[in-house]
Ligand binder design. Structure first.
Ligand SMILES: CC(C)(COP(=O)(O)OP(=O)(O)OC[C@H]1O[C@@H](n2cnc3c(N)ncnc32)[C@H](O)[C@@H]1OP(=O)(O)O)[C@@H](O)C(=O)NCCC(=O)NCCS
Length: 175
């Protein structure tokens, strides 16, 4: 597998990646950090800039396109410089795998890779959060040594009348 930052030339493959999510009734693209909300050129610039220079929101981070052979299989966000107050809100690592490539072991390998990067950055532990109902992500974290240390409930409004209570699981992985 191959991990690298995005370039302007990746526009078509990312478009295809996004369309596949939408075709599968998924409205958000995990770990994409605003890919679908901004001009592609601006997004590429932001992601590349923030790999070297901290911004106020996320600190420094890597947002890698993950390839197997030449196919984009997922996105991996490694937030190795996250401000303390955000560590327990967002966690250090985020990932998503395209719908057609799920349950083939990609997320497990991507998280393993991300943990190696965190270790190289001299981090002592990584914090990851994921909703309780997200069995695939919970299992991916546990398979990589994650230990549940906290569950918080968050209310999410889905219309003027309805709210749903989501349980957010937080794991720590010692590096
Ligand atoms: C969650 C997600 C990243 C998992 O990716 P994946 O590549 O399918 O994960 P893996 O193939 O490495 O699977 C890891 C484990 O979880 C299990 N798993 C994966 N998806 C599952 C699901 N929907 N239900 C139950 N178990 C699941 C796998 O079987 C595997 O366990 P096993 O080794 O015992 O068989 C993927 O479903 C996804 O991109 N979802 C949308 C974005 C998202 O939720 N990102 C994480 C936010 S916290």
């Amino acid at each position: 597998m191959n991990y690298r930052l995005p370039t302007l030339d990746d526009y078509e493959i990312l478009k295809d990646y996004v369309i596949e999510h939408y075709s599968n009734q998924e409205k958000s693209i995990s770990a994409s950090l605003g890919l679908t909300n901004m001009k592609y050129k601006d997004w590429v610039e932001k992601v590349n800039r923030n790999s070297e220079k901290a911004d106020d929101e996320w600190g420094k981070y890597y947002l890698y396109l993950v390839f197997d052979e030449n196919r984009l299989v997922g996105l991996l966000n490694i937030r190795f410089d996250l401000p303390d107050k955000l560590k327990e809100l967002y966690g250090n690592i985020g990932y998503g795998v395209r719908p057609s490539e799920r349950r083939k072991g990609y997320a497990t390998k991507m998280l393993k890779y991300a943990l190696q990067v965190c270790k190289e950055k001299q981090m002592k532990e990584a914090i990851l959060g994921c909703y309780e109902y997200n069995y695939g992500s919970n299992k991916t974290i546990i398979k990589n040594g994650g230990v549940l240390y906290k569950t918080i409930s968050a209310e999410k409004k889905i219309s003027d009348e309805w709210t749903i209570v989501l349980k957010d699981n937080f794991y720590k992985i010692k590096l």
